[in-house]
Design a protein around this ligand. Structure first.
Ligand code: MN
Length: 199
């Protein structure tokens, strides 16, 4: 049994003009594809072969750097493609909206906190909205780490994440990471985020 690169539920062109097709294609086929292949290679013959990706990541402190980095890369990109959707301008609603208001006061305040985490993450990494002790919080992680990992500064269940590696935006935005983070807010699949909060 090995992990498989998922097919995207939309075309590479679908997120334009916010994320360009060339970035999407390279990101999915080369970067995510690379993490997936390297994860499978690193797991082969190891004690972690056959475990779920969540189980593996929860033991990040005990696994090899190759499994930690590529396992994180595999999981993080799965989540990233899932929480993006073309043409979405919908807002969070229902239980998710209630939880956001309880933790942050408003969607605008969440956006501000999330944007700050994404823009100020030094170098490569991710910013997250996660469920931590039954409360929504924002955090960021370096490299391909994520909040599921036992080594994460803020641990919990990620329900929204943004990739701030330069490969996620450089072709279109070059050094302008804040513009990419701003554009990301036009693409969020809030139904999917709500599903992750429930599930
Ligand atoms: Mn990436």
């Amino acid at each position: 049994m090995s992990f498989e690169l998922p097919k995207l539920p939309y075309a590479y062109t679908a997120l334009e003009p916010y994320i360009d097709a060339r970035t999407m294609e390279i990101h999915h086929t080369k970067h995510h594809g690379g993490y997936t292949a390297n994860l499978n290679n690193a797991l082969q013959g190891s004690a972690w072969e056959g475990r779920s990706i969540e189980e593996i990541l929860q033991s990040a402190g005990a696994i090899s750097p190759a499994v930690r980095n590529n396992g994180g890369g595999f999981y993080n990109h799965n989540l990233y493609w899932e929480i993006l959707t073309p043409g979405g301008s919908r807002e969070p609603e229902g239980v998710l909206l209630d939880a956001i208001r309880e933790s942050f006061g408003s969607v605008a305040a969440l956006k501000e906190a999330f944007t700050k985490a994404a823009v100020t993450r030094f170098g490569s990494g991710w910013a997250w909205l996660l469920l931590h002790d039954n409360k929504l919080v924002v955090s960021s992680t370096p490299n391909q780490d994520n909040p599921l990992m036992d080594v994460a500064e803020v641990k919990g269940k990620p329900i929204l994440g943004i990739d701030v590696w330069e490969h996620a935006y450089y072709l279109n935005y070059q050094n302008r990471r804040p513009d990419y983070v701003e554009a990301f807010w036009n693409l969020i699949n809030w139904d999917e985020v709500a599903g992750k909060l429930k599930g």
